[in-house]
Design a protein around this ligand. Structure first.
Ligand SMILES: [Zn+2]
Length: 180
């Protein structure tokens, strides 16, 4: 049977243009999906449309003003990550000459993502923003402005901690002291 165009997938309901939208007041805290943090977070309502529906929010974590997006269901978020991982792998598959070398890389990308997913399963979506002046311990969550949500893996020394992010695992600076 042909799928009807525009037929809705079953599963978590998403707010779309034809749906009524979320009613809230300016300044009120609502659940949002922040496109910068790429996480479900608290957003403060900054604009409503004529019908009183939320159209713009400020992410309370990163402070970015953005179009309101309703929080994403965990499953949906995971699916997205998987699709992205597969897309990367497919692109790599087309480059036949580099295919062998790239295969190992694609595998480690998926493995990294799998580790990241497992390590961040308990993140409460309210992780603090990374600051180089902060001191991190193994298991600490942080949100990095380039890499997104990360988990501290290993304290390398007083001023560096190895952090597992969705797409990379890198040392980041910590415990930095600024002289006045
Ligand atoms: Zn944010």
């Amino acid at each position: 049977m042909a799928r009807k165009r525009g037929a809705r997938r079953s599963g978590p309901k998403k707010t779309t243009r034809e749906e009524p939208g979320l009613m809230a007041d300016i300044g009120e805290l609502v659940d949002v999906f922040c496109s910068t943090c790429r996480l479900n977070l608290d957003g403060s309502v900054t604009a409503l449309n004529g019908a009183g529906h939320v159209v713009q929010i400020t992410c309370r974590t990163c402070g970015n003003v953005q179009k309101f997006r309703p929080p994403m269901a965990d499953e949906e978020q995971r699916e997205r990550l998987l699709r992205k991982a597969f897309a990367i792998r497919d692109r790599r598959g087309q480059q036949t000459l580099e295919a062998q070398a790239e295969k190992g890389k694609a595998y480690s990308t998926n493995e990294l993502m799998a580790r990241w997913r497992a390590a961040t399963a308990d993140a409460d979506h309210r992780a603090p923003i990374y600051r180089e002046t902060e001191v991190y311990e193994v298991g600490d969550f942080l949100i990095h402005n380039q890499h997104g949500l990360g988990v501290a893996q290993e304290v390398l020394h007083e001023h560096a901690v190895l952090v597992l992010f969705r797409e990379t695992e890198v040392p980041v600076e910590m415990g930095k002291v600024y002289d006045d």
